[in-house]
Design a protein. Structure first.
Length: 184
């Protein structure tokens, strides 16, 4: 992952782990032989860990291990179009209602610093994807392009016993990519 900040500079190639645990329920409100429309909603937890410990930014600031924890509700719609030969095209759009989050910043490895925990209360996200699939027996395949976005407001301010204060600044995250799947 790459990081960019107006106040603390840039850092590239940061080790990053991300996991989204989601429970989604949907119901097809329209379903004929060629088209299926399925709205959905659910609850979700997103875990993100960025480890820039011991790395220096372009402005000589030291990095640290940061963990983000988001609790949110995805709400969206999926439309599947069926074509001859087992082909399908599925656009999907989702809005993510942000309930709350918590940032854990492991700063204790620095002299006269302690780890900080900051609560976050405002933000939102969304996801867009387009999947082209061929469902044939015994093996099918799919190709999906996706874009995921988060916009999270500034956290509360916390302090440690040394009198250091910290907060998680407002931030935006963009993820995009391609999924290639083999379907059995």
């Amino acid at each position: 992952m790459d990081y960019s900040s107006v106040s603390t500079g840039d850092s590239n190639d940061i080790d990053d782990i991300c996991a989204d645990n989601r429970i989604i329920l949907g119901y097809s409100v329209y379903n004929d032989q060629k088209t299926r429309i399925t709205p959905f909603a659910g609850i979700a937890y997103r875990f993100l860990q960025d480890d820039s410990k011991y790395q220096r930014t372009t402005t000589n600031h030291l990095g640290y291990l940061r963990e983000s924890n988001y609790f949110y509700s995805p709400v969206g719609v999926k439309i599947r179009f069926e074509y001859a030969g087992g082909w399908s095209l599925t656009p999907e759009a989702e809005y993510d209602i942000f309930w709350f989050g918590q940032q854990e910043s492991e700063l204790g490895y620095l002299p006269n610093r302690e780890d900080l925990t900051n609560d976050q209360e405002k933000g939102y996200g969304y996801r867009l994807s387009l999947t082209l699939a061929r469902n044939t027996l015994p093996v099918g395949y799919s190709f999906q392009v996706f874009y995921r976005y988060w916009d999270i407001d500034t956290s509360d301010v916390s302090s440690d016993r040394f009198g250091n204060f910290g907060f998680e600044p407002a931030n935006e995250t963009s993820e995009y990519g391609l999924n290639v799947s083999v379907l059995f």
